[in-house]
Design a protein around this ligand. Structure first.
Ligand code: KG4
Ligand code: ZN
Length: 334
């Protein structure tokens, strides 16, 4: 008999539902929330309300696209955390009600583990062990992945996440939220001519708040001399910001690969959609003789396919949870 899993993701500002059959993704539907763009960041209250509106249509669409009836499902999976409490509550409560009404087992999933396991939603799949650099709006992590559900965090940010560095710089430049993809696009027509200091952080940890301050002071100084500086140099500022962030990430992943003696290197999370980062990993990988794993764009940013893949491995181990389960705004990967 087939194992068919419906998975729900609602940790931040994207509502997503996916259907998986025996390890294969049949559908992966995502409702993005445009409402946050003018605020310069995700407004938790607005996000929860939008999840509430989107969740039923997104689930209906995912089942329809998969050609699966509710009655055929083997289990329902959901993101338990980490994330915004109000957003998580919508997904968790929906999953509980759905499970109760159809008498289905429930599987809880750690969102950060799921970003890593997004690599198993497509081919080629990495062999274990591999290193994963997970870079998103809330996290910057280097993880040793020993098995599907066996991960060790060996590096993390001590302040802002890489995605935040993109988004906060974008805010200074007057760009909408999330600024990461906009900076990426603008950078492609610019040159990395401005130099920003890279932080000095020991070991495999990251820091991005100093970079943000250094860009802020640079912009203030330049705008004082020429009020049109940002408009006149937007593409170059974006290219310079992006190349600095990418260089910081590459330096640490190279250090981690040497330290762990692992030559299979993956990237994951929203920032792994960045064209500069994708190119840099490919180039460095060729130089170092690494096997690199770069996810398809739809599996970089938040999506329920990655929740479904993670849940599939938990299903095989019969790792189910009961109705007493609650969301966790903070939830360690290891
Ligand atoms: O993984 P994700 O969708 O949500 C979180 O779990 O945080 O990541 C969102 C982050 C945002 O900071 C967004 O600006 C960034 O990923 N992002 C990008 C790109 N696409 C998304 N950053 C740089 N370049 C991109 N192309
Ligand atoms: Zn995420």
């Amino acid at each position: 008999m087939s194992t068919i899993i419906l998975a729900i993701e609602s940790s931040c500002d994207d509502t997503s539902a996916a259907v998986l059959r025996d390890g294969q993704i049949l559908s992966n539907c995502i409702a993005n929330q445009e409402a946050h763009s003018i605020y310069g960041g995700v407004v938790p209250e607005v996000a929860s309300r939008a999840h509430q509106q989107n969740i039923i249509p997104v689930v209906d669409l995912a089942l329809k696209r998969a050609g699966v009836q509710k009655e055929e499902l083997s289990a329902i999976a959901f993101t338990r955390g980490p994330g915004l409490m109000g957003s998580l509550l919508v997904g968790v409560s929906f999953a509980k009600a759905f499970a109760l009404s159809l008498d289905l087992p429930m599987i809880e999933v750690n969102h950060m583990q799921a970003h890593v396991l997004a690599h198993f939603a497509e081919d080629p799949k990495p062999e274990f062990p591999f290193l994963c650099l997970t870079v998103s709006g809330g996290h910057t992590q280097i993880i040793v992945v020993r098995d599907y559900l066996e991960m060790e965090l060996i590096g993390t940010t001590i302040d802002d996440a890489a995605g935040e560095a993109f988004d906060k710089t974008g805010k200074m430049l007057g760009l909408d939220y999330p600024a990461g993809p906009i900076i990426d696009k603008l950078a492609q027509t610019g040159q990395s001519v401005f130099k920003f200091a890279k932080p000095k952080v020991a070991g495999l940890n990251f820091s991005f708040s100093g970079l943000k301050t250094s860009i802020l002071y640079f912009l203030k100084k330049q705008v004082k001399e020429n009020p049109e500086f940002i408009q006149e140099n937007l593409a170059d500022i974006c290219a310079s910001t992006q190349s600095t962030i990418v260089a910081i990430l590459m330096e640490k992943i190279e250090q981690a690969a040497t330290q762990e003696n692992i030559k299979r290197i993956a990237i994951a999370g929203g920032v792994s959609a960045n064209s500069g980062l994708r190119k840099a990993l490919q180039t460095l990988g060729e130089q170092q003789g690494w096997q690199t794993f770069i996810p398809r764009l739809e599996y970089c940013t938040d999506n329920a396919a990655m929740i479904a893949v993670t849940a599939y491995h938990k299903f095989q181990r019969a790792e189910f949870v009961g109705q007493e389960i609650t969301p966790l705004a903070r939830y360690k990967i290891d």
